[in-house]
Structure formats: structure tokens, C-alpha cells
Design a binder for this molecule. Structure first.
Ligand SMILES: Nc1nc2c(ncn2[C@@H]2O[C@H](COP(=O)(O)OP(=O)(O)OP(=O)(O)O)[C@@H](O)[C@H]2O)c(=O)[nH]1
Ligand SMILES: [Mg+2]
Length: 471
């Protein structure tokens, strides 16, 4: 796509006509490679689908598409019912026209000859070049010809309306049209992040080490709730963040796979910083997994959100938490409450999430929205949806399939896409890895920003109350 003259809108239009998910790769360009039939064939033969695009001095842009490979072997017409001619611009203005092949003529879709440039149609509807052409004042006068409407249905468009009645061009390009592999990295990331360097990692770490909840509110720590289906990676996310600050891979929270949730207790974990062991100013609250039948229920979650649930409380699926149990926090303060919720979702299983589970999550969201709680999604296990991320996690924000999952989850959960954050937890690794650290620290940074939003809103409400009592 780089270095060619076609714009994104043009590619989009061509894609509508070609169909499917595709990407374009520039194979040949006369101003770069020379205007020669031999060069055209050496660069474009055997490459499958191609688009040939001509740009003339009046800024009219037109050309042809074939789904078949060009060849230099023999002098042959090639059948292609999918071929078409097209126009993208006329005299500098967008003019999107597709001219389909006439079904009875589809055996003459393109003409392959080693001495000819790209040639479309049996009457040679669009015949670009014979041998070579040279430029004079930046304009190539192509020595082919245009005998329109023989093989392609021009729908009344004549040579003048198609190509200003001449074959002069400033440029001619041939693009390969390839199947789009959702695992292939994009050239431009689908979400921008600062450049992933050791320095970025240090900066993120420092920012989080120095994090303090809004001073006026006089709370020591913000509380982040991790909630989601069993096995989604809630405990592993805590372990990952904990490992980063501990300086080696730890698994303080039990993680693994089991029929029911491996985590049975509510734990409001501290994250301690390095050898000094000083706790950071946030806590990650790990919960028992959500299950369709059993697991934790909305009432349990509301108690947690409001700060009633004591640390280490053991969830009992048959008996929701009540105010009678030991340690129940009867009059929770702001510091006991949850300040931001992170739904933890396994990227590799979002496609099979049941409607029931989704309903359960939506119900919890209602309770969170009533409390004005910011919510994010930690989309875990992205290494399982794209194998290349196992070694190249730095590509996370360049991989289309990750973006596709992010978009899908955002729509499912009803959150803005920017609230869905892809992560990969420490799982089989025995050593810390910069890219895993960066990815998870970016997530943590965003969560803390959201928690701050909640606290700012709380402060605004307090101020409003004070103003209204003063009135
Ligand atoms: N490949 C991969 N595996 C992961 C990732 N995160 C977690 N896992 C694995 O997934 C399994 C479940 O992880 P846990 O952290 O125990 O999940 P949980 O959400 O705490 O589960 P419960 O406590 O049972 O509700 C473990 O075997 C983890 O090693 C990840 O990002 N990538
Ligand atoms: Mg767990």
C-alpha cells in the first residue's frame, strides 16, 4: 500500500467491487520501475488477483481488475468472470464506476503476451502498452489502444468520459490483491500507544509507583474489582501486576483451571513494590468466577461494590453474603468501596459466551452504573487468538484480529472501544518480559485513570453538597 498513489477511499471502493477482506500490495509502478512490458511481467506474473491503475494528466484515474494471474507463457486470453474495468476519478473529481465483464465474453477477460503491458478484453477494450514507452515532461504516451465496450459493459461511458479520449499517463501502477490475513500486522496500529521501549516500561512503572488517589478525599488506596467468568484470568492479572513490581514472576494468587472457580475467597490484594515491600496505593480485588448456575450472584457483587465484604470472605454459592456474618462491614466508608471495575474476559472464548452469562454481566453493569462506577474490560489471553503474539507481543496494537475482538467485546458489553484493553498475563513464563510488562502496565495505568475519574466525580458531589448546605 505504501508508495502507491491510491488513497484509502479508492481502496475502499475497489474492495466493494472485488468483495471479501483484502489487502493491496504495490507490485509495479512505471515511474519507479520503468514503463516496459517485460518489467511489468517480471514483477506481476503469477501474483494472483491484481488491479491495474492509470493516472492521466487531466487527473482521471481508471483501470482494470482481474482475479487471474498474469503470465508471459504464450499469447493467451484468460477467462475471468470476475474481471472488470473501473473509473475512480474523472477530471480530478471522484467518479466511482465499475464496468463489469459481459458474461458471454468472459473468456476474453485479459490478454497475456510477454510483449504487452496489462491488457483487458477481446477487442482489447483497454490495451496499455506494447514494448516500452518513455516519458516526456513527466507524461508517458502509452502506445496501446482503447476499444471499449467489446468485452466490458461500459454502460454508455465512451472513451472521452472514461479516459479523456487518450492514453497519456503520468503514472501506471499494478497492485496485488491478497487475501487479508487477520493475523498479519497492520502498518499503522489500530490504537496508538507510545513506542514500546525499556524506558516506557520504566516510566509506566514509576507513574504507577507514585500513584496516589485524589488527596482531598484522604483515602490511602483505590480499590479495583476484578470480576468475570471462571478461568478468565482474574487471579493471573493480579499475579502479573504483582510480578512486575516484585521484580520476578510470582503466583501469589492461586491460578489454574478447574470445573468451578479456583478462587473461592474474596481477596483485596496489596501490590508491594520491590524489595522495600511498601504497598502501592491501590488494591486489586480478586473474586470467585461468574458461572451460569452457581458462583457469585448480583447481591454478592453489590456488597463488594459498596464495601461491605470483608477481605478473605469465602463465597458460598448456596448462601449469599448477609449482614450476620463475622467481619461484615456495616458502615463502609469511601475507602472500603470499589472505585473502578475491571471485567476480565478471555479473548479466546468471547465467541462462545452464552446469552445467559451476558445477561448476568449486564445485570451487574446496571448495579455499577447506578453507582457511577467506571468499567473497563481486560481482554486476556490474546496470545491464544493470534499465535504470532506469543513471541511478538509488541505487535498487539497492530494485529487486526485483536482489534476485531476488542470491537466485538465493546459492542457486547456496551462500553466504548477504548475501555476494552487487551492483555496477556504471565502464565507459562518463568522470567519477566518487557513487552508483557508494558502491555499490562498500560492497562493498569488506564484503570487508575478511570478510578481517579470516579473519585473526582465523588469530590464534585461533595463540593455540591457543601455548597447546597451553605445556601
Ligand atoms: N495463554 C494464556 N493463559 C492465561 C492467561 N491468563 C490466564 N491464563 C491461564 O488461564 C487459566 C485460568 O487463569 P486464572 O487466573 O486462574 O483465572 P481466574 O479468572 O482467576 O479463574 P477462577 O478463579 O477459577 O474464577 C490459568 O491456567 C492461567 O494460566 C493469558 O493471558 N494467556
Ligand atoms: Mg481466580
Amino acid at each position: 500500500m505504501m508508495a502507491g498513489l491510491l488513497q484509502k477511499e479508492d481502496f475502499d471502493e475497489l474492495l466493494k467491487w472485488i468483495g471479501g477482506r483484502r489487502k493491496f500490495r504495490l507490485l509495479y509502478k512505471i515511474t519507479r520501475d520503468g514503463c516496459s512490458a517485460t518489467t511489468f511481467h517480471s514483477k506481476c506474473d503469477g501474483k494472483g488477483m491484481t488491479v491495474t491503475v492509470l493516472y492521466n494528466p487531466s487527473d482521471t484515474v481508471y483501470g482494470g481488475f482481474t482475479s487471474q494471474s498474469w503470465t508471459s507463457a504464450g499469447e493467451v486470453y484468460i477467462q475471468d468472470p470476475k474481471a472488470f474495468l473501473f473509473q475512480l476519478k474523472f477530471n480530478g473529481k471522484s467518479s466511482y464506476n465499475q464496468f463489469p465483464i459481459k458474461p458471454e465474453q468472459n473468456v476474453h477477460a485479459v490478454y497475456c503476451h510477454s510483449g504487452y503491458g496489462p491488457t483487458f478484453g477481446g477487442g482489447n477494450d483497454l490495451y496499455t502498452l506494447n514494448g516500452n514507452a518513455t516519458a516526456s515532461n513527466g507524461v508517458f504516451t502509452l502506445n496501446g489502444g482503447c476499444n471499449l465496450n467489446h468485452t466490458y459493459n461500459m454502460k454508455g461511458t465512451d472513451y472521452n468520459a472514461f479516459a479523456n479520449g487518450n492514453l497519456q499517463v503520468k503514472e501506471m501502477e499494478v497492485y496485488q490483491v491478497d487475501d487479508y490475513d487477520m493475523n498479519d500486522p497492520l502498518e499503522i496500529p489500530w490504537r496508538r500507544t507510545p513506542e514500546w521501549t525499556t524506558r516506557l516500561m520504566q516510566e509506566l512503572k514509576e507513574e504507577i509507583e507514585n500513584y496516589k488517589p485524589l488527596e482531598q478525599l484522604k483515602i490511602q488506596q483505590t480499590k479495583i474489582l476484578l470480576i468475570g467468568q471462571i478461568g478468565a484470568g482474574k487471579s493471573s492479572f493480579f499475579n502479573t501486576i504483582n510480578s512486575i513490581f516484585r521484580g520476578y514472576v510470582t503466583s501469589q494468587a492461586c491460578s489454574g483451571t478447574a470445573e468451578h472457580s479456583l478462587t473461592t475467597q474474596y481477596r483485596s490484594y496489596q501490590v508491594r513494590n520491590g524489595p522495600s515491600g511498601k504497598p502501592l496505593n491501590f488494591r486489586l480485588c480478586d473474586t470467585r468466577g461468574l458461572e451460569e448456575g452457581q458462583g457469585i450472584e448480583a447481591q454478592d457483587v453489590c456488597y463488594i461494590l459498596d464495601g461491605h465484604t470483608p477481605d478473605k470472605y469465602v463465597f458460598n454459592p448456596t448462601l449469599p453474603l448477609s449482614s450476620d456474618i463475622a467481619g461484615f462491614v456495616k458502615a463502609p466508608k469511601l475507602k472500603d468501596r470499589i472505585h473502578c471495575v475491571a471485567f476480565v474476559l478471555d479473548a479466546s472464548s468471547v465467541d462462545v459466551m452464552s446469552e445467559k452469562m451476558l445477561e448476568k454481566i449486564r445485570k451487574l453493569q446496571t448495579a455499577m452504573n447506578q453507582r457511577g462506577l467506571p468499567q473497563v474490560v481486560l481482554l486476556t489471553k490474546i496470545d491464544k487468538i493470534c499465535a504470532s503474539l506469543q513471541d511478538e507481543l509488541g505487535l498487539t496494537y497492530y494485529i487486526p484480529i485483536v482489534q476485531e475482538h476488542v470491537d466485538k467485546v465493546a459492542a457486547m458489553i456496551g462500553l466504548p472501544r477504548s475501555h476494552v484493553i487487551p492483555v496477556k498475563n504471565y502464565e507459562s513464563e518463568r522470567e519477566l518480559n518487557n513487552n508483557i510488562n508494558i502491555l499490562n502496565l498500560l492497562a493498569m495505568q488506564q484503570i487508575l485513570h478511570f478510578a481517579d475519574d470516579f473519585l473526582y466525580n465523588y469530590l464534585d458531589d461533595l463540593d455540591d453538597e457543601q455548597i447546597s448546605t451553605a445556601d
